[in-house]
Design a binder for this molecule. Structure first.
Ligand code: GRG
Length: 323
């Protein structure tokens, strides 16, 4: 790692004020976006060999106005472990590339068949289906190229392994496959299960489809910072609670949110027979559970002190957000 101290540049981007002494999350995320977007833009700048339509789709999907939560998790985890943003930047970019690919493929007609994502037409609507498939494919490769080329040599191999597992058949892709299985009626035992069985099934899906990439983001931030085993364990505990709170909040937004604020179609889960926390547990119990998990996440990293302030604030914000 280049430096074990928080660099001067990083200090300048750590917000110092906010409610209850915590940083303001929107301002903090804006700073992450200002830091990471030029790097994402650079990564999809292309070369003489680039295919113009594919290159345009890559830019469109990767730079679309998402929240950049996963890059924020990488950078804030690195910062919480005494590292600097510049060293962690390739990991932050790589995780966002995997996330962007998963959204592009999730929106395809063969999957969720969505028209709107991040407040703009989905990739296959803005371009065409074949280009959107290729765009997702290329984003995956680019993620691993970015990690392998950009992380310090001592941790690049482990970083690639962490991301490959989180994006693979037993995590992101497997969670998506099982989610589809319920929706398409291929998992009849789950549809017939009682509420406890359905909650266990949902947790199994979300642990892979949502939380695995969140955990990878935190671990990559820790690795880039040279974190010890104890700090990596704290980040993992934060990630498990945060990941589930994030998913429950996402389900609640689908059930109750405003399409204009959320930036994608809402109310679609119930209509498709999808298992969600509000449909299985009800909105009130789902909200209670999300708040409890957010508290647990915040408490887990509070001991890391001021450098972990953004992670604490993010855990509180993620269950209160409207998008
Ligand atoms: C196609 C392999 C494959 C996986 C798709 C990401 C995904 C898996 C599906 C999208 C639908 C969904 C509700 C996923 C759960 C994770 C989630 C809430 C993603 C949205 O993340 P945000 O809110 O999105 O951080 P932005 O656009 O802000 O980056």
């Amino acid at each position: 790692m280049a430096s074990c101290q928080v660099s001067r540049e990083t200090r300048a981007v750590i917000p110092q004020t906010g409610d209850a002494g915590l940083p303001d999350v929107r301002t903090a995320i804006d700073r992450v976006r200002a830091f990471i977007d030029p790097r994402l833009e650079q990564a999809v700048a292309g070369s003489a060999d680039s295919a113009p339509r594919l290159q345009a789709a890559l830019r469109y999907a990767l730079l679309a106005p998402g929240k950049r939560l996963r890059p924020a998790l990488v950078l804030w985890a690195a910062q919480a472990c005494g590292g600097d943003w510049d060293t962690a930047a390739p990991a932050a970019a790589a995780v966002e590339m995997i996330h962007a690919y998963s959204l592009v493929h999730d929106d395809l007609p063969a999957m969720d068949d969505d028209d709107l994502r991040r407040g703009i037409p989905t990739c296959h609507r803005a371009f065409d289906e074949a280009t959107a498939i290729l765009c997702g494919d290329a984003l995956q490769s680019l993620a691993f190229e970015t990690l392998a080329a950009g992380l310090p040599g001592a941790v690049a191999g482990r970083g690639c392994l962490v991301l490959a597992r989180a994006a693979g058949a037993d995590a992101l892709v497997g969670g998506q496959a099982d989610d589809l299985a319920v929706e398409r009626g291929w998992a009849t035992d789950v549809v017939a299960a009682d509420a406890a069985g359905q909650v266990a099934w949902m947790e199994r899906i979300h642990r892979r489809k949502t939380a695995a990439l969140i955990l990878a983001a935190l671990e990559l931030g820790g690795l880039a910072a040279g974190a010890d085993a104890e700090r990596l364990r704290m980040l993992a505990a934060y990630g498990r609670a945060f990941g589930l709170a994030f998913q429950i909040a996402d389900d609640l937004l689908d059930a109750e949110g405003d399409e204009a604020a959320v930036g994608k179609r809402v109310g679609k889960d119930a209509g498709r027979g999808k298992l969600t926390y509000p449909t299985v547990l009800g909105a009130a119990e789902s909200r209670r559970l999300a708040d409890e998990l957010a508290d647990e996440a915040a408490t887990t990293v509070a001991g890391l002190g001021h450098p972990a302030a953004e992670l604490v604030a993010l855990a509180r914000w993620v269950v209160a957000r409207d998008h």
